[in-house]
Design a protein around this ligand. Structure first.
Ligand code: SF4
Length: 502
């Protein structure tokens, strides 16, 4: 968890949240704004919305900053229209320039019906270099270093009349992780990589009866729904709750969903690919009130805590969470172990990235900006401290020391995920292998480094048991090093070098 001194969790950081909506008769930019607000945890460095009336020009507003900082009332009035897409972004080091904020907006298409296109992307392409070189060879120019603009350019320059046809042709050429929401002047189209690495959910703002299911649809087969329905797509279902939409289902891996004049249309491309949904979404990234693959994450995380208590009991007096990331798992651990639970820390919820730098004098107290231990709760106690992950260990080390300073007699760390040992190349910013505390260290060595009395991680089997899933349909490469897409390590490394040189 890279700890900005200001107290950001020193954790892996997701690189984006996306949203799209088609709602005739509604001014949708305000709905997109609130949906992005709900997705803010997926990216805090930039935010953007593109909106249009059917047939009108696409207006885009994107800027560095939080959703609440980027958009004014006036911006939302200017972003008029009944279809919109939105994006929040966390960028990797060195690439947080305005140019890389999204939605990407391109208008060089030669086809009259698609002279403009906006696109928002969550994920990471591992064959971006090849695609970029091919486009440059065709005379296409780029204004950013983002792989999202590569996809936008591939679609905007495609000769197919309908964007869905362009996507169906381009999609098999994209390797890596992508949950993408695009819009033309007429419709919103969302699509997900055939492995289903990153999440994408479909919602409806109407009482529409049975949800259309992608099951059994393949090739170019389509489903249609009522023309009067209003639909939305989002990285997580929590974005639907805030705007009064209902979760219908997850967009299926390899599915292209069109929200437009014809209601909801769906087609599948390459439904045979090995499924590889990111198991870390269940553990860490997604909001606890989101549902993914039939799981409400708050419930799944509590189950992880219960299984952790079974796998790694501790002779202790009290269970406390690292707030808020360890809350649900701590509840589960306490329930299963029979130990009492309390809050050992008070968390300051108003620490933001824009916080004034503390200077050298206060830097060593940085974490206290976010967590303050309660001596009245922890003094003299043998504590079980539950958190959801450890990447580099800097935050955990400080947490252990703070609890000892507050009088805890023993600190037993319990982590509701396996040790993280490998970087992610599918859209999550983690540290390098060498920076990870679990890299080439045993659990006992890590415990010594952290200064805790004992340390235990949830097993990978325990994670899958908690979410009722199997390895065969998921990615767990950051724990195992087994990347589900061939050539991931080399391809991703190559792209990183290319971008760094840009
Ligand atoms: S490597 Fe880890 S974080 Fe990345 S997609 Fe796989 S499980 Fe998720």
């Amino acid at each position: 968890m890279p700890l900005g001194w200001a107290g950001d969790r020193e954790g892996p950081r997701d690189e984006c949240g996306v949203f799209g909506i088609y709602a005739p008769g509604h001014e949708v930019s305000r709905l997109a704004y609130f949906a992005l607000y709900a997705l803010q945890h997926r990216g805090q460095e930039s935010a953007g919305i593109a909106a249009a009336d059917r047939g009108g020009n696409i207006m885009t507003r994107r800027e560095l900053g939080l959703v609440s900082q980027v958009f004014s009332e006036n911006d939302l009035r200017t972003l008029a229209g009944e279809l919109a897409i939105g994006h929040v972004r966390y960028s990797t080091t060195g690439s947080n320039a305005w140019e890389n904020s999204q939605p990407v907006h391109r208008s060089e298409g030669t086809n009259g019906s698609r002279s403009e296109l906006a696109l928002a992307h969550n994920g990471n392409l591992i064959n971006a270099v090849e695609l970029h070189d091919e486009l440059v060879g065709r005379g296409v120019t780029f204004s950013s270093t983002s792989d999202s603009e590569i996809v936008a350019a591939l679609l905007a320059t495609h000769p197919a009349e309908r964007i869905e046809d362009a996507i169906a042709d381009v999609l098999p050429r994209l390797q890596g992780a992508f949950s993408i929401v695009a819009m033309t002047k007429e419709e919103v189209v969302a699509f997900r990589d055939p492995h289903g690495l990153r999440p994408l959910a479909l919602g409806v703002i109407a009482d529409v009866g049975d949800a259309a299911s992608p099951e059994g649809k393949s090739g170019q087969e389509r489903t249609r729904r009522n023309d009067s329905d209003r639909y939305c797509v989002a990285s997580e279902s929590c974005a639907f709750d805030i705007i009064g939409a209902s979760f219908m289902r997850d967009v299926a891996p390899g599915e292209i969903v069109t929200l437009g004049r014809g209601g909801l249309e769906s087609r599948r491309v390459d439904s045979e690919a090995r499924k590889a949904f990111c198991v870390f979404e269940y553990i860490y990234f997604a909001r606890p009130d989101s549902r993914m693959n039939g799981q409400v994450l708050q419930v799944a995380r509590a189950r992880m805590g219960e299984i952790l208590a079974r796998e790694a009991p501790a002779d202790a007096d009290l269970v406390i969470p690292v707030p808020d990331s360890g809350n649900a798992a701590a509840r589960g651990y306490a329930r299963a172990s029979g130990l009492p639970q309390d809050d050992g820390f008070v968390k300051n919820r108003y620490v933001a990235r824009t916080f004034i730098q503390p200077g050298q004098e206060l830097r060593k107290h940085g974490l206290r900006m976010k967590f303050n231990p309660l001596p009245e709760v922890v003094a003299g106690k043998r504590l079980v401290v539950v958190d959801d992950s450890i990447v580099r260990g800097n935050t955990t080390r400080q947490i252990v020391q703070m609890l000892r300073d507050a009088g805890a007699s023993e600190v037993h760390m319990r982590i509701s995920a396996p040790p993280i040992k490998h970087p992610c190349h599918y859209g999550i910013d983690m540290s390098t292998r060498e920076e990870m505390i679990a890299h080439e260290r045993s659990v006992e060595q890590i415990a010594r480094e952290l200064g805790c009395d004992s340390l235990a991680y949830l097993s990978l089997d325990g994670v899958y048991e908690a979410v009722g899933a199997t390895r065969a349909t998921h990615c767990d490469a950051c724990f195992t090093g087994q990347y589900p897409l061939d050539g991931t390590d080399e391809a991703a490394g190559k792209y990183a070098l290319e971008v760094a040189a840009t």
